[in-house]
Design a protein around this ligand. Sequence first.
Ligand code: TXA
Ligand code: MG
Length: 312
Amino acid sequence: MFVSLEEAQHLLSTGHVVGVPTETVYGLAASLKHPEAIDQIFKLKGRPANNPLIIHAANNQAILPYIQTLSQEFLSLADSFWPGPMTIVTNIVENQIPEIARAGLPTAAFRVPAHPLTQELLHAVGPLVMPSANISGRPSSTKASHVETDFGKAFPVLDGGACQRGVESTILFHSKGCFQIIRQGALTAEDFGCVLGYNPEIVAKNVNSQEAPLCPGQQYRHYAPKARLILSTKPSQETGTLIIGFSDRRYPGFSRCLSFGLSTKPHDAAQNLYSLLRLLDEEDIAEAWIDIDFPKNGLWTTIFERLERASQ
Ligand code: TXA
Ligand code: MG
């Protein structure tokens, strides 16, 4: 059920969960003041309780009181990339964030989203936790209709149009004197390099596998449609099936082609990615080939990581 901005504000401030647009993907939002609504998010998504949520705030000032030790680098990143698709995991002041939102960790993840409707909501209601608005493990939602598909027609969604970025925020974590990327996303290592003076390393796991994962969500299956995905850099020799590829290429032998857009435009591919994966489910498609003949740098690395996980 599509709701107005005023209805969304009312629902959130009275302890309900609402589907909310951001510039990356749609989120399932609950107010930080309502732990029972946060609990409801875990139930709705089927999300493991040990997977913490990102806290979204209207601006940098609204985040600073939660943070234990502020560094100059943190402030430079915040000034350069917020509002925007960057999330930072940091140590927090005790007893400020409900335990359920941070899954009992001594840290929390923060982001200032850029979507104008989300901004209005955050100014009116205060900080919101927002995981991506999908059933755990499935492709994220980049349109209001995707949220309805996963949570039903009666579920309240604020329609903010198609998400501009199409992939989630990049998550940064500070360790041993420098920032690391613990989840790739809409901003690249090179983007941060311009501010930090070094490109943060992309780390998938703790080197010591006995330790807890740096980013708990990364240990679970993700972004996957029901269809079997076959990633290939030379898909043209295959026959008879569907391919997700690029509009400036030909795929002889395939009966149908769905398009990421031009092979020179990673932003378009990111924007279309989850819609395409969801389309496979909507049409009950059992198998799809994916053309992964694209550069392995910049935003393409995020797209490749999402496709790899979706195909596992
Ligand atoms: O773009 C985004 O980030 C979207 C939109 C809605 O803002 N949100 C999003 O949330 O992707 P979610 O819950 O789908 O992914 C958040 C990731 C999870 O993998 C979680 O484990 C990680 O952030 N995370 C949250 N708090 C953390 C913490 N304290 N330490 C390490 N990782 C954390
Ligand atoms: Mg997610």
